[in-house]
Every structure is written in structure tokens, then in C-alpha cells.
Ligand binder design. Structure first.
Ligand code: IPE
Ligand code: IPE
Ligand code: MG
Length: 248
């Protein structure tokens, strides 16, 4: 099985999972957090270097206040309970998104966890919180415009690299694989720049039912894909290291 260096996941379907059981939506989110725990551990075990989880979108702020505050509460508690696991497994936490919109308590818990796990080198776990790709792109443009205005950069000197370095994901490789659960086949404003060449796997399984076996199935599907990056099959076949599986 070919393991992606960077796996990104849109964890979707918590609400439907709860509705199917006639439970409040928040119990779906609660179960979803348990799955996050298992999947983080499994990705670490598999040797994935970067795991990026879409946990709360810019658009999710528009949900009923009760659901938003319950989600923020869950997030704060997740950070408290996971710190030990992150330290033990040498996982470092990173956050992307418009963090100043988050409640102060969550912000300080995030800051503390990021700082305490900063030097962990086994896996980078990135939480996308209050994240919207268009907002991230606009913020990047503002940073570049400020540099140009300050006379530090000429418009002609702006490259794809300059741009990538101004995104929240600066320094991270692009995702190799995007998984979305719950049967929805859309990107929902997630990593629009970074997903340019990602493979995408969509599974009907709702996030609270997702588990290690389902993750392995998604990775098998990823392994069967041929990534061509605009080249021909023969070209990439010539470049490919031995032993890697390809679909003809
Ligand atoms: C994903 O599950 C979690 C968040 C977006 C925070 P949803 O809450 O979107 O679940 P569905 O899509 O309504 O089933
Ligand atoms: C995307 O799911 C955001 C997260 C998983 C955090 P949504 O449930 O918010 O997306 P849409 O509204 O169905 O596109
Ligand atoms: Mg959803």
C-alpha cells in the first residue's frame, strides 16, 4: 500500500449520523471526536507525515448558536484530553484558519498545545478551524500587497512559491490525498490552492462510523491511482520507483 505523505480529510456526516439515531446533532459530533482520536493514532502508526483535518469551516459559523457553542466546547475538551497522546507520540499540532474568530478559551488552549508540541517530529496534525480557503487566499494577497507597498517586493517577483509561503499552510507539502466522508462530493471551501493535484476519495461512510478499516480501504484506492501531474503514462512509468502498484 502506498502511504500518502500528506493526507487531508473532510470529516462530514456527524449530524446525519445523530439524526438517524434520533439523537441531537451534538452527539454525532461527540462520536466524531472519538473517531478523530482513532484516526490520528492510525495515521501516526502508518507513518503519515502530515494529517490535516477540516474541523470547522468559515461557513459553519452560520449554524445555530447552540451547535456552534457545543462544537467550541468539544474542541476545547479535545485539546485538553489529547495533549498527552500528542506528546507521547511526538505529534505536533498546527492550526489553520481565521483563529481570531474563535472564543478566547479555545484560542489559548490551541496556543498552549501548539507551543508544547512544537518540537515533536513524528507527524504534523493540522486542524482547520474557522477555515475557509477563499478567506485564506484573500489574507495571503493582503500579506503580499503589504510587502509590495513597503517596497520589499516587485509585482513581477511574485511566484507560486511566494504565494504558497503566505498561506496558512506555509512550509507544508500539498496534500497527496483528500478523503471526504458521508457521500458528499464537493470541496466545501477547503484548501483550494493546495488540492491542485490531490487525489480524491469519497466514501459514503458517515464520519462517526469511519474507522481504521475504512481508512485502509481509502488508502488502497489511493494506491491504485496513477498520478500523472500532466505528463503521459509512459513518462511517469519511467520515473516511478520499482514495486509501486499502478492501474492501467
Ligand atoms: C461535519 O458533520 C462536522 C462539521 C461540519 C462541524 P456535519 O455536522 O456537517 O454533519 P451533516 O453533514 O449535517 O450530516
Ligand atoms: C465541511 O462540511 C466542513 C467540515 C467538515 C468542517 P459541511 O457539512 O459544512 O459542508 P457542506 O455545507 O455540506 O458543503
Ligand atoms: Mg456536513
Amino acid at each position: 500500500m502506498h502511504i500518502p505523505r500528506h493526507l487531508a480529510i473532510i470529516m462530514d456526516g456527524n449530524g446525519r449520523w445523530a439524526e438517524q439515531r434520533h439523537l441531537p446533532r451534538i452527539s454525532g459530533h461527540r462520536q466524531g471526536v472519538r473517531v478523530v482520536r482513532d484516526i490520528v493514532k492510525e495515521c501516526h502508526r502508518l507513518g503519515i507525515d502530515y494529517l490535516t483535518l477540516y474541523a470547522f469551516s468559515s461557513e459553519n459559523w452560520g449554524r445555530p448558536e447552540e451547535e456552534v457553542s457545543a462544537l467550541m466546547d468539544l474542541l476545547g475538551r479535545y485539546l485538553q484530553s489529547e495533549l498527552e497522546l500528542m506528546l507521547k507520540n511526538r505529534i505536533s499540532l498546527r492550526v489553520i484558519g481565521e483563529l481570531d474568530r474563535l472564543p478566547p478559551g479555545v484560542r489559548s488552549a490551541l496556543k498552549e498545545t501548539v507551543e508544547r508540541t512544537r518540537n515533536n517530529g513524528d507527524m504534523v496534525l493540522t486542524l482547520a478551524l474557522s477555515y475557509g480557503a477563499r478567506n485564506e487566499l484573500v489574507r495571503a494577497v493582503r500579506k503580499i500587497a503589504a510587502k509590495v507597498q513597503a517596497g520589499l517586493l516587485l509585482p513581477g517577483e511574485i511566484t507560486e512559491r511566494t504565494f504558497a509561503d503566505c498561506l496558512d499552510t506555509a512550509g507544508m507539502p500539498d496534500p497527496d490525498l483528500l478523503i471526504r466522508t458521508s457521500g458528499e462530493m464537493r470541496v466545501s471551501n477547503f484548501l483550494l490552492w493546495q488540492l491542485a493535484y490531490a487525489e480524491m476519495v469519497f466514501t459514503p461512510v458517515l464520519w462517526p462510523d469511519f474507522n481504521e478499516d475504512e481508512l485502509h480501504r481509502c488508502l488502497e484506492e489511493y494506491s491504485s491511482r496513477e498520478r500523472r501531474f500532466g505528463l503521459t503514462h509512459d513518462q511517469v512509468a519511467g520515473l516511478r520507483p520499482e514495486g509501486r502498484r499502478v492501474n492501467h
